[in-house]
Structures are given as structure tokens and as C-alpha cells.
Design a protein around this ligand. Structure first.
Ligand SMILES: NC(=O)c1ccc[n+]([C@@H]2O[C@H](COP(=O)([O-])OP(=O)(O)OC[C@H]3O[C@@H](n4cnc5c(N)ncnc54)[C@H](OP(=O)(O)O)[C@@H]3O)[C@@H](O)[C@H]2O)c1
Length: 248
């Protein structure tokens, strides 16, 4: 059984909703201390109220795209406030479904800010030896099945997620010498506010692609927890697809 102690401190971004919320709640239930990051204070507080040990959840309101260059310093400031980190789950992100002819440089850049640049610069801060416990540290970044199987309207989204997987692999090679692992999780459709945008009938329309329908946030969170834990200590630099055996 996977268990953490409250001395193990994990950063969870996107903790106010969907997959990040599920990861934060489960990590907390298993005993870890969670630094829960997002912009929406009300939703972060609602997540905290659902936690088994709310005293071990610390909320940090932050727009991760407002000063991307400053994110390593931000991680340092969190370390000074809470202590050295054992891991991080980067679950913040935005989706985009846009025909190629409508893609603008500005919107492409905005998507890359939250889906690629922010995780890269947060990870840069995290892997600084002064901010983590060293051996046993684990980072999980939520990418997407779209990184591997692009579709119409996914020019920007797929690229941002594929870039994250590619960089994570390179970073995994660089940080293994200091005992840090990093892996990506690539979900298909999961029932969160992101997929709710598809509206009624969206899940049914995708049935031929995903035999078990859409997943629950916990279906992703369970894998994230395993990858953060010591049970996966021999695994790094990998991409894990969570798509119910979809045909893409
Ligand atoms: N749901 C799916 O089907 C699916 C499939 C594949 C991959 N994914 C990926 O999984 C991740 C989580 O998605 P989800 O479905 O859980 O979406 P979600 O419910 O919409 O949650 C997105 C999270 O990202 C945070 N966020 C967005 N912009 C931010 C910013 N500028 N600064 C800080 N936080 C920000 C949001 O918090 P605030 O609004 O409070 O800031 C929210 O907590 C994303 O990377 C997504 O691409 C999702």
C-alpha cells in the first residue's frame, strides 16, 4: 500500500479543479503535505474542505503564467515557507480546439505559457538542490494523449503537450544523478470542467474511440500517486497513456 508522511511535501498545481484536485485530495488522504496551487481561491478552499487532513493542505494563489522567468524563484520562496519538497505534480493546463486557419501566434503562445513554459520553469526551480530532498524525489507532469495522436483542431494543444513530454525525457536524464525522477502521464478524455466544454452528447460521440467512455479524475490520480511514490523508484523518463485502451 502506498503511504506518505506529513514530512513529505508535494507541490500540486491545478489543484482547484479536475485532475489536480483529485491528485491533491488523494495525496493528502495518503498522508502527504500538499502545497495546492491555482488562481481560484474559492475552488482551492472547496478542495481543501474535501480533504481528510485539511491541516496538511496549504493553499497558494498564483497565476503561473504571470512571471514565467520568475518561477524558479517562486519555488525557492515556497521552500523557505514550507521546507524542502519531495515531489511535484504539474496538473495545471488549458485545452484548445481550434481549426488551424484560426491559430494565431498570440493564442499559441498563451497555450504554451501554461502547458509548456510554466511547467518547465517550475521544474527548473524544483530540481535546484536547495529546494528538494534529493534522493527519492519524483515529478509528474500531466501531458495528454494528444501529444502522441493529434487530431483536427489540436495544432496548438498537441504541440504544447508533445513539447512537455520531449523536455521531460531530457530533464529525466539530467536529474537522475541527483536522485530525482520525472515522468509524464498522458490521459485521454477525463470527466472534468475541461471536457464539459464539449457539452451534452460529447462523451457518446467519442464512444467508438474510447471503449470505457470517459475516465474519472481518480483514474489519472491513482497513477500519478504511484509515480510520485517510492513504489515507482525504478521508473523515470517515461510517458504513461491513460485512455481505457482507446483506438487512437
Ligand atoms: N480532462 C481531460 O480530458 C484531459 C485529457 C488529457 C490531458 N488533460 C490535461 O490535464 C491537465 C488538467 O486538466 P483538467 O481536465 O483537470 O482541467 P481543469 O479541470 O480545467 O483544471 C485545470 C487547472 O489548471 C489551473 N490553471 C489553468 N490556468 C492556470 C494559470 N494560468 N495559473 C495557475 N493555474 C492555472 C486551473 O486553476 P485556476 O483556474 O483556479 O487557476 C485548474 O485547477 C491539463 O494539463 C490538461 O491539458 C486533461
Amino acid at each position: 500500500m502506498i503511504q506518505f508522511s506529513k514530512e513529505q511535501i508535494y507541490i500540486v498545481t491545478g489543484a482547484s479543479s479536475g485532475i489536480g484536485e483529485a491528485v491533491a485530495i488523494l495525496l493528502n488522504e495518503l498522508g502527504a503535505t500538499v502545497i495546492a496551487i491555482a488562481r481560484n481561491e474559492e475552488r482551492l478552499n472547496a478542495m481543501k474542505e474535501k480533504c481528510k487532513y485539511p491541516e496538511n493542505v496549504h493553499i497558494e494563489i498564483k497565476d503561473l503564467t504571470e512571471d514565467i522567468d520568475g518561477l524558479p524563484k517562486y519555488v525557492k520562496s515556497l521552500k523557505e515557507k514550507y521546507g524542502k519538497f519531495s515531489g511535484m505534480a504539474y496538473c495545471a493546463g488549458l485545452g484548445e480546439l481550434k481549426p488551424f486557419q484560426l491559430v494565431q501566434y498570440e493564442s499559441l503562445k498563451n497555450l504554451f505559457d501554461i502547458n509548456y513554459f510554466a511547467p518547465i520553469f517550475l521544474i527548473k526551480g524544483f530540481v535546484d538542490r536547495r529546494n528538494n530532498i534529493g534522493n527519492g524525489c519524483s515529478i509528474v507532469a500531466i501531458s495528454s494523449i494528444s501529444a502522441l495522436c493529434s487530431d483536427k483542431g489540436h495544432t496548438s494543444y498537441s504541440a504544447s503537450k508533445a513539447a512537455l513530454c520531449a523536455s521531460a525525457k531530457a530533464i529525466a536524464h539530467e536529474v537522475s544523478s541527483i536522485g530525482i525522477r520525472i515522468n509524464c502521464v498522458l490521459p485521454s478524455n477525463i470527466k472534468t470542467p475541461m471536457t464539459a466544454i464539449g457539452g451534452e452528447g460529447y462523451e457518446d460521440s467519442q464512444k467508438s474511440l474510447y471503449p470505457f467512455g470517459f475516465g474519472e479524475p481518480d483514474d489519472v490520480a491513482n497513477l500519478v500517486i504511484f509515480l510520485l511514490s517510492n513504489k515507482s523508484k525504478f521508473i523515470s523518463g517515461q510517458n504513461y497513456v491513460v485512455d481505457s485502451g482507446g483506438v487512437r
